[in-house]
Design a protein around this ligand. Structure first.
Ligand code: PA5
Length: 397
């Protein structure tokens, strides 16, 4: 269950007329949202597909000690964020899932290839376009290693491709080589693809994806709050707060805030508009960026994530989690007094279901926020510009 507070430490910064103006646009914004041809992520997830993902993950576990997921951006961040939030810090007995394709660092690649020499693994390459450079290079390098290590039949068992249903080189490879495949539907963009096999399949190895999907589906009930949050963000932007800091008091939510940065950054940051998303993990970042937030340039507003229940660790007869949340409450108040508005999202307990709800709430909010700015939430023309430039410069390869 999620709870929201977009008032307590926010109201005095918001012009009530602005708020009313945006609230009265609700019907119009929701109609625009519903008329988009990129909201496939609001559709139900097919039960047969879910069974297929679970069965295939069980099959892979039999011949591999590791799944290597290759993908970047919207084909990486969602499942990585969930894996981190629901995993253990130490004493990790889960099936090993490692991620590659997010860097061109040759140190990383060299160590990865050396490591993969020593184990049996399966690869899941994920790219909607099938042409993303980082993904392609990593996949080719790992495939070369597989060709040295495995025969053709074994390779066929060990490559799983997740891509568009018709377009791109990966789709052609599926057709030519007969690899197992999953589809990223046309009407779902990368950063909204948490509901697709791009994320659900890698997650099926270690988490109860049925529970997670149930949370995603039930996230729909937060439509009103998602709109209210979008209005609050827009009013704060109008009041000169052009940076949103996502604040977590749990280390394992770091990649969730990375996912949020992509979601808002790519959805909203267009036509010279948008709120710049950043994140801090407390309490450690209070000792680095805390000073700036409290007393620096007043362009920041914050959204805090509070987790209600956690493991009990007692410190001098007091629950450590209680102390962590006392710090959270105190920091919100201090920042508010320092002219930094603070929203609050409370998560009763971090589990498959609540993470699903939270992600769905945020996808709705990002879409509504972008529409309030008057930009298309579902394209990313700026990302394509850099991809094109790199291609030009690497033409000789
Ligand atoms: O959100 C997006 O659409 C992008 O961030 C893409 O996910 C990212 O560029 C990777 O693209 P692809 O899945 O085509 O390899």
């Amino acid at each position: 269950m999620l709870e929201f507070n977009f008032n307590k430490y926010v109201d005095k910064f918001i012009n009530p007329e602005d708020r009313n103006k945006y609230l009265t646009q609700k019907k119009d914004i929701i109609n625009k949202f519903l008329s988009s041809d990129m909201i496939g992520w609001t559709n139900e997830i097919d039960d047969n597909l879910v069974e297929r993902m679970i069965n295939l993950s069980n099959k892979v576990k039999k011949n591999s000690s590791c799944l290597v997921v290759i993908g970047i951006g919207g084909s990486f961040l969602g499942s990585y964020a969930v894996k981190e939030m629901l995993g253990n810090y130490f004493n990790d007995s889960s099936f090993k899932v490692i991620y590659a394709g997010t860097t061109l660092s040759s140190k990383y690649m060299n160590e990865l290839l050396n490591y993969l020499e020593t184990i049996d693994f399966t690869v899941n390459v994920i790219s909607k376009s099938g042409t993303t450079m980082e993904t392609s290079i990593t996949y080719e390098l790992i495939k070369e290693l597989m060709k040295r290590k495995y025969n053709l039949d074994e390779i066929k068992e060990r490559i799983i491709i997740t891509t568009d249903k018709e377009k791109g080189t990966l789709r052609r490879e599926v057709e030519e080589e007969g690899y197992e495949d999953f589809i990223i539907p046309d009407d779902i963009g990368g950063r909204y693809s948490i509901v697709t096999p791009a994320h659900l399949f890698p997650l099926a190895f270690n988490i109860d994806i049925k529970e997670f999907i149930s949370g995603l589906t039930n996230g729909k009930k937060y439509l009103e709050q998602a709109y209210e949050y979008a209005v609050c963000r827009k009013c704060l932007f109008d009041a000169g707060k052009t940076v949103e800091n996502f604040v977590s008091y749990e280390e394992n939510m770091y990649y969730f805030t990375e996912w949020l940065k992509q979601l808002f950054g790519e959805s909203e940051g267009k036509d010279g508009k948008g709120i710049f998303p950043v994140s801090t993990i407390h309490t450690r970042d209070l000792h680095s960026l805390g000073q700036f937030i409290q007393e620096g340039n007043k362009i920041i507003f914050e959204t805090f994530f509070k987790v209600n229940s956690s493991n009990v660790v007692s410190y001098k007869n007091t629950d450590l989690h209680f102390i962590n949340n006392v710090v959270l409450d105190s920091v919100q108040k201090a920042h508010f007094d320092g002219c930094v508005p603070c929203n609050l999202v409370t998560i009763e307990k971090v589990c498959e279901y609540s993470v699903g709800e939270l992600m769905y709430f945020y996808m709705l909010s990002a879409a509504f926020s972008s529409l309030l700015f008057g930009v298309n939430p579902f394209d990313q023309p700026g990302v394509e510009v850099y991809k094109k430039e790199v291609k030009e410069n690497l033409r000789m390869l």
